[in-house]
Design a protein around this ligand. Structure first.
Ligand SMILES: [Zn+2]
Length: 267
């Protein structure tokens, strides 16, 4: 049996790395630069707030709950299509077309809520979406050596590449719709926020999670919940903070409110 098919731990992690190796990189956005890029790509705005502004951060900066008049805007479906066409490079790797389609739709739902999240991702590096055939190994598809072969999904970003990568294991796409939310949330967290916005999240979560890698996981798990994840016992009992964060999640926690306002999942 080749080494990548040897399953030493039957409990599947949603995503993780093993042993030593580089952390995935963040590509923070610079709002001043991005505003000019947006104008060149989509056109100048006439009036109103910046199309790149995310007011959700006021929740975790000052703890303020803001009043909103009417329903919040949602992403323009034409721009979601444009993202899929221009920014998402799908490598099906002979996985069944309907599974590939579920994976793509699952990833795109993270961009379907907040127009500024989508706008920022239209300006970020493109994503290569790799479907990993059942039982195969992420590392054969360009993921780094320290990728856990038992992971269900991975987000990876290396500063020297002009694209980032999401890997989704075929056998989990249908069973775990929250997998796509999880991996795409890593993407918008690490590639769709300014340095300051990411620091604000760290400041709130570091006292609990103690490491940046776990803060990233907590953000992705809170997003799973916000998008209505239905967990199996295996998900809830997953090792380390994966299971614990899922069990402890509370919709009234200020961080849950932040996630809901940042990503605006369809209700
Ligand atoms: Zn993760």
């Amino acid at each position: 049996m080749p080494f990548w098919r040897r399953r030493t731990n039957p409990a599947t992690s949603l995503d993780e790395f093993v042993g030593r190796g580089a952390d995935r990189a963040a590509d923070p956005i610079d709002l001043a630069v991005a505003a000019k890029q947006w104008e060149a790509k989509i056109g100048a705005r006439k009036r109103g707030p910046s199309p790149l502004a995310i007011s959700a951060f006021s929740l975790i900066r000052g703890g303020d709950l803001f009043e909103r008049k009417g329903k919040p805007a949602r992403s323009d479906p034409a721009l979601i299509d444009r993202y899929a066409k221009e920014q998402l490079v799908v490598h099906a790797n002979r996985v069944k077309a309907s599974t590939v389609d579920d994976a793509v739709q699952g990833v795109l739902q993270v961009l379907a809520g907040h127009p500024a999240v989508l706008a920022r991702m239209l300006l970020a590096k493109p994503i290569h979406l790799e479907l990993i055939p059942d039982g195969d190994d992420f590392r054969r598809f360009g993921f780094p050596r320290h990728t856990n072969p038992n992971a269900a999904g991975i987000f990876w970003n290396d500063p020297k590449d002009d694209f980032a990568m999401i890997g989704l294991r075929e056998e989990h796409v249908l069973r775990r719709p929250h997998l796509m939310v999880h991996e795409m949330t890593h993407t918008v967290h690490l590639m769709g926020l300014t340095e300051k916005e990411r620091d604000d999240i760290d400041q709130m979560l570091m006292p609990v999670y103690r490491s940046k890698r776990w803060v990233e996981e907590a953000v992705a798990i809170y997003a799973e919940r916000a998008f209505g994840a239905k967990y199996t016992d295996e998900d809830l009992q997953a090792p380390g903070l994966y299971g614990k964060t899922r069990r402890d999640w509370n919709p009234k926690h200020v961080f849950s409110l932040f996630i809901a306002e940042w990503l605006r999942p369809a209700s």
